[in-house]
Design a protein around this ligand. Structure first.
Ligand code: DOR
Ligand code: ZN
Length: 434
């Protein structure tokens, strides 16, 4: 193997710099060495990339890796392998592990295992409250010292406005940007709820999780962010009214960012009519109007980033009766294709905006240096090369240990060919290299 790789003839799309041109990219010693047309190969390994797109490696703000504690669902190694195959070079791992990621030793352990696997950089998210129990703040200072930038009790909302106030006030005191990412569902309105509350939940006889549960928590979070001056990030937006609130808050100068998942951009609560638990997740799939508002919010920048909420579960758990089936869909391997197929192809967002929401925007929120572009000489070679036109059928097995995927059995267009982490191919010809 040569220590240089020449990506020849690809369309380079880099949201961070605005570059969009067909050219060659030479990579060596972990960095982008040169960009230009007709570069000589000089013994480099050549990837013929005519017809393919090169973009910064994707960055996921919301991945459940399940290790430590639930390795039967996913491990750091299998989850980051799935990430690499999906075109990701960096993922942010959620804190609802067992034990909970609420102190520095676990953060270090996750990073070490991720480095051993060498498939993607992992940025552990720290819990806001000890044990995710909502009673007292976790060791945020210790975790910030260990490099944590995002805190979240994801799976549930930070329970009280006062707790959120304390967390945001504390977060603001750090000289580096620390952000609180909240799962916005008002708990007393979603207790035992199985799906979006509306005509379809009534006809299926399933308890509902109303859109208002999200609206209420987003409104609360905005008010507390304004009060404290702290940075709030809204996880997986799902409801039209919540998108509108985020837009108003941004216009008011509140320090707020937000994400949307590929599944909320694709499906609606109608997809639950067959009781397929792969469509059960929190927050739930909502109406076609909600879905349209999410796409519009993504297009106009109200929603900053696309995040997977990759939530692996064991087959036997997910296949239990609907009420008992744990919420969540995996998404790392399908995210790019889902976005290309269901947001870009129908014209809801441009390809450049979609890539921005999957690269530079999440990298900025996460403070993931070296990720998300720009694609420029001297920068770390964290890149994805994909075919925007390849059509494929989403089938199990996945690279992830899990198979609970909302896109299972669907055809998508767009497929990752190569992923490169600091100049090293983690994926070649669509397959993980380790
Ligand atoms: O559907 C979900 N699954 N939503 C969450 O917030 C948590 C996640 C999980 O951990 O499985
Ligand atoms: Zn969540």
């Amino acid at each position: 193997m040569s220590d240089q790789i020449l990506i020849r003839g690809a369309r380079v799309m880099d949201p961070a710099s605005g570059r969009d041109e067909t050219t060659d990219v030479l990579v060596g010693r972990g960095v982008i060495a040169e960009i230009g047309r007709g570069l000589a190969d000089d013994g480099a390994e050549v990837l013929d990339a005519a017809g393919l797109i090169v973009a910064p490696g994707l960055v996921d703000l919301h991945t459940h890796l399940r290790e430590p504690g639930e390795e039967h669902k996913e491990t750091i190694a299998t989850g980051t392998r799935a990430a690499a195959v999906g075109g990701y070079t960096a993922v942010s791992s959620m804190a609802n592990t067992d034990p909970v990621t609420d102190h520095a030793a676990i953060v270090a352990e996750i990073r070490e295992k991720a480095a051993q696997a060498g498939l993607a950089d992992v940025f552990p998210v720290g819990a806001v409250t000890k044990g995710l129990e909502g009673e007292s703040l976790a060791e945020m200072g210790e975790m910030v010292a260990a490099g944590v930038r995002v805190f979240s009790d994801d799976g549930r909302a930070v329970p009280t406005a006062r707790m959120l106030r304390n967390a945001l006030t504390y977060a603001r005191a750090f000289p580096i940007g620390v952000v609180i990412a909240d799962h916005c569902e008002e708990p007393s309105l979603v207790e035992r709820g199985q799906m979006h509350e509306g005509v379809n939940s009534y006809s299926l006889g399933l308890a509902g999780r109303p859109a208002e549960a999200e609206e209420i928590m987003v409104a609360r979070d905005i008010a507390v962010a304004r009060l404290t001056g702290g940075r709030i990030h809204i996880c997986h937006l799902s409801a039209a009214r919540a998108v509108a609130l985020v837009g108003e808050a941004k216009a008011d100068g509140v320090r707020i960012t937000a994400e949307v998942t590929p599944h909320h951009l694709t499906f609606t609560d109608e997809d639950l009519l067959t009781y397929d638990s792969n469509f059960k997740m929190h927050p739930p799939l909502r109406s076609a109007d909600d879905r349209a508002a999410l796409a519009a919010g993504l297009a106009d920048g109200t929603i900053d980033a696309i995040a997977t909420d990759h939530a692996p579960h064991a087959v036997e758990e997910k296949e239990s009766e609907f009420d008992l089936s744990p919420p969540g869909t995996i998404g790392l391997e399908t995210a790019l294709a889902a976005v290309l197929t269901h947001a870009v192809a129908p014209g809801h967002v441009t390809l450049m905006r979609a890539l921005e929401a999957m690269t530079s925007a999440p990298a900025r929120i996460l403070g993931a240096e070296g990720h998300g572009g720009p694609i420029e000489a001297g920068r770390p070679a964290n890149l994805v090369v994909f075919d925007p036109n390849e059509e494929w059928l989403v089938e199990a097995p996945f690279v992830s240990k899990a198979r609970n995927c909302a896109f299972l059995g669907k055809r998508l267009t767009g497929r990752v060919r190569y992923t490169m982490l600091r100049g090293d191919l983690t994926v070649a010809d669509g397959k993980a290299t380790r």
